[in-house]
Design a protein around this ligand. Structure first.
Ligand SMILES: Nc1ncnc2c1ncn2[C@@H]1O[C@H](COP(=O)(O)OP(=O)(O)O)[C@@H](O)[C@H]1O
Ligand SMILES: [Mg+2]
Length: 241
């Protein structure tokens, strides 16, 4: 479903990605892990065309992302949801308006259909009754869930999660994990960028570890503990930054 080949990206004179390749099969969840600043978010942004690689190929569900014009990005962004680090909510819009926005942009639905879809999704994410609140009136954990709820409005085939549990308490972390698993059961393909190894272990089928511009380890989650020499283990155990 997702295939990144020989991805290379520089910012000015700074080479961030030398040569990154990995793939994710349909319905899989891949953990993209690595220290701060290794370029995890840049890869996610590149997958939806918000950044362009200097060279290399990105393919999602048969779409050659690296070749698309801005106009051709529209169908891609309907298919691929990016759940941003900070939630990317509109602060001056109510929860309802935040949720309705992507629906009105991309689908022709009646007001009743919009209302029902929003109510159902908020309910599913434990946010029922918050329609008329502003995002700032919600707790951090609720805001993260709202970011996910809004992404779900598009029925995405692919979801890119950028540190969805960062700063969350165990209760909210568990809720996010449960939802990632639930979406996986429905066949959604995903990439999870995270430092939160318990979450990565709970939801990812495999993990790639990014260091110095390349993938240094690529392992199946179920094999992780029988492969203790992997670079990724040093990261998990806190032996490297
Ligand atoms: N728009 C940009 N302009 C210049 N440098 C950038 C830009 N975006 C990211 N970078 C640099 O690329 C590197 C990787 O960033 P990022 O993908 O955000 O790291 P991560 O998500 O792994 O913490 C960082 O060193 C950052 O400074
Ligand atoms: Mg990041």
């Amino acid at each position: 479903m997702i295939n990144i080949k020989n991805f290379r990206k520089t910012f000015g004179s700074k080479l961030v990605h030398k040569d990154v390749s990995f793939y994710v099969r349909e319905g899989e969840c891949l953990g993209l892990v690595g220290g701060s600043g290794v370029g995890k978010s840049v890869i996610l942004r590149s997958l939806i065309g918000l950044e362009k690689p200097d060279s290399g190929e990105i393919e999602i569900d048969g779409i050659q992302v690296h070749n698309l014009t801005e106009e051709e990005m529209v169908p891609l962004r309907q298919k691929v949801a990016y759940v941003f680090q900070g939630g990317a909510l509109f602060d001056s819009m109510t929860v309802f308006e935040n949720m309705a926005y992507p629906l009105r942009e991309h689908f022709k639905l009646s007001d009743d259909e919009i209302q029902k879809k929003i109510t159902d999704t908020l309910d599913e994410l434990g946010l029922a009754g918050n329609e008329q609140n502003l995002p700032s009136q919600l707790s951090g954990g609720m805001q993260k869930r709202l970011g996910l709820a809004r992404a779900l409005m598009m029925n995405p085939k692919v979801i890119l999660y950028d540190e969805p549990t960062a700063g969350l308490d165990p209760y909210n972390t568990k809720k996010i994990q449960d939802h990632i698993l639930k979406l996986k059961k429905k066949g959604v393909t995903s990439i999870l960028v995270t430092h939160d190894m318990p979450t990565a272990l709970a939801v990812c089928d495999k993990m790639v570890y990014l260091l110095n511009g390349v993938v240094t380890s690529s392992v199946l989650t179920k094999d992780l503990y029988s492969n203790p020499n992997a670079e990724i283990m040093k990261f998990i155990e806190g032996d490297v930054a």
